[in-house]
Design a protein around this ligand. Structure first.
Ligand SMILES: [Fe+2]
Length: 248
């Protein structure tokens, strides 16, 4: 066909944007830029993460088994769990001992949220670290819709993990551990992989089962004006974002 112009039938373009050195792909050509959607997010990462610009991807984040990297819960249940720490005392006793829960704060911004424990204990039930280590806080960022970024006490580190829907009742995780050296804090890895991960997995899978109960109607938010460790402002924000996206 003489009139056929191959350039009119290219593969669809894919948006690629950088935020804090992380690359985000967006299949929606009309979406606003990520910088516009998440104002202040990059600056917040910069301000709290030691050596942020120097961190390098070290390895893919690996759960201990394929089962533990693929939870039997809807992704919204998983995000619900991630954006609050009201459950920490009950579900993560060692983590609640590592973090000084009285120093815990929530920050909720447009399309992102962050929890931080500004004070932590070197001698705790999760894993030991030194008072001279680079990271002395614990912080958990959430970027709508599926990105989690977390920082835990010890040597320089960062974990970037996507919580990806993998079917109606499955959530898969993929991401990387970042650091300054290849060395791995074995005790910290063991705690994150073998204790913290399974604790949240069992919690989320139990919530997913509970949603099927004929008696389930709705819960309520834990409102705490001080936005302390028990606050659920992040959960409220997440539900609002889901409802906005669904236009309900
Ligand atoms: Fe949790």
């Amino acid at each position: 066909m003489p009139s056929f112009a191959p350039e009119e039938f290219c593969l669809p373009p894919v948006r690629l944007e950088s935020l804090g050195g992380l690359l985000f792909v967006n299949l929606d050509a009309d979406a606003p830029p990520i910088q516009t959607l998440a104002p202040g997010f990059e600056e917040d990462l910069q301000s709290l993460i030691p050596h942020f610009d120097a961190l390098m991807p070290m390895d893919t984040f690996a759960f201990d088994s394929p089962d533990s990297a693929n939870w039997s819960a809807n992704w919204k249940v998983v995000v619900d769990n991630y954006v609050e720490c009201y459950h920490c005392h009950q579900a993560h006793p060692a983590l609640a001992d590592l973090m000084e829960m009285t120093s815990y704060e929530h920050e909720v911004q447009e399309h992102w949220a962050r929890q931080v424990s500004r004070s932590t204990r070197t001698d705790n039930k999760a894993y030991p670290f030194n008072a001279s280590d680079d990271v002395q806080i614990a912080a958990y960022w959430y970027l709508w819709p599926t990105t989690s970024i977390w920082l835990v006490p010890g040597d320089a580190n960062l974990f970037v993990l996507s919580m990806m829907p993998n079917g109606h009742e499955r959530t898969a995780f993929s991401g990387h551990r970042y650091g300054l050296t290849e060395s791995v804090d074995a005790e910290r890895s063991e705690y994150l992989n073998a204790i913290l991960g399974p604790e949240d997995q069992s919690l989320c899978e139990s919530v997913q089962q509970g949603l099927k109960s004929y008696s389930y109607n709705q819960g309520r938010f834990m409102v705490d004006a001080a936005k302390s460790g028990v606050a659920e402002h992040g959960v409220h924000q997440f539900h609002r974002l889901v409802m906005d996206a669904l236009q309900v």
